[in-house]
Design a protein around this ligand. Structure first.
Ligand code: ZN
Length: 345
């Protein structure tokens, strides 16, 4: 979901809320109750030996992000990718309550609003970039799909008609074989009443400034397809193409990767191994155990700058992920039970 925020005297800022966060915010866990519960203290003690890798997207609210960073400095121990890399490869263990800040997709706000606040506090971070978008004003494809759908776009590759909402259309696109997803997007473009609005992406200079400023730049594939929906040739092209382009921009090769949409793929792992990648990150809303997780399967926590301090505290402890997984499992179980009843009623 993309919304424009206009404040007095300022131009409209680009703000993205990923579909996942839109759903989680709608779910509205009772964050205050969770944080004050005895379970929080128990989870926090247990989390001391785990690694919290925070997975942000953009910096939607710069002041809130600064407050979150201050909180991390108080209650956790920010670490660098180099320290995490050593720990997951059997080297020096991480300090208690270690936290690594990461961003997916390379939103331009990471440079404009994130870098200065990270640098002011000496907090290292990682930004996973989609290099085909650098120096363009092209929307992320899933945000473009939302805009096209909301402006009457249709595609015969989607399993439903115009009655569905835009997020359902994006969810359906992510399940299509990648070639078909590209055809569906082309149909949406040709049938919508207007194109998606431009979206200012990072420039190559900004990527170099991030890298020089303590934000390691990682590979997030060339164009952000779901790798498990791609052909072998496309997997190779997406991972290697992004690697070559980032090497050219940075002047050195990236060694860390994040799976688009969190969809892991063993064919991608083989390419990453061949290219010398040392770490790979999931998007599964879980704390990582650096002593036992495979280096290309490091768990991450789903956060955004729009969550409050109570939520951030329970995410860092692992309590929110545990409650969220239980609630989601229960909802899926209920849906499985109720679906046949709905069909027979
Ligand atoms: Zn992504």
């Amino acid at each position: 979901m993309t919304v424009s925020v206009r404040s007095a005297g300022k131009p409209a800022a680009q703000v993205r809320l990923s579909g996942w966060h839109a759903r989680v915010d709608a779910w509205r866990a009772p964050d205050v109750v969770l944080r004050r519960s005895p379970a929080q203290a128990w989870f926090r003690r247990r989390a001391a030996g785990r690694l919290a890798v925070l997975g942000y997207h953009g910096v939607e609210d710069a002041d809130a992000f600064a407050a979150q960073l201050d909180m991390l400095c108080r209650v956790a121990h920010p670490v660098s990718l180099a320290e995490v890399e050593k720990a997951v490869h059997g080297g020096r263990p991480l300090p208690p309550h270690s936290v690594l800040v990461t961003f997916d997709d390379g939103d331009a706000t990471v440079f404009a609003d994130g870098l200065p606040r990270l640098a002011a506090r000496g907090i290292p971070a990682v930004c996973f970039v989609v290099p085909s978008l650098l120096d363009t004003d092209a929307q992320f494809w899933w945000e473009e799909a939302v805009s096209l759908w909301d402006h009457g776009g249709t595609s015969r590759h989607l399993p439903f008609g115009r009655g569905a909402n835009a997020q359902s259309a994006v969810a359906a696109l992510k399940l299509l074989p990648d070639d078909e997803r590209r055809l569906a997007l082309a149909e949406l473009r040709s049938t919508a009443t207007r194109p998606a609005p431009p979206y200012r992406q990072l420039t190559s200079d900004e990527v170099r400034a991030l890298d020089a400023g303590g934000v390691v730049v990682g590979n997030h594939t060339l164009s952000h397809p779901c790798l498990d929906r791609c052909t072998d040739a496309r997997v190779e092209e997406e991972v290697t193409g992004a690697h070559e382009r980032l090497t050219e921009v940075l002047g050195h090769a990236p060694t860390t990767f994040a799976y688009p949409n969190g969809n892991v793929d063993e064919r991608a792992d083989r390419v990453l191994d061949k290219l010398g990648y040392r770490t790979g990150f999931l998007y599964n809303h879980a704390l990582a155990d650096p002593r036992s997780c495979p280096p290309l399967r490091i768990d991450r926590l789903r956060v955004s700058t729009t969550i409050g301090p109570d939520r951030l505290a329970t995410v860092l402890s692992g309590l929110h992920p545990a409650v969220f997984r239980t609630a989601r499992g229960a909802a899926r179980g209920a849906a499985r039970v109720l679906q046949p009843l709905a069909r027979t009623s």
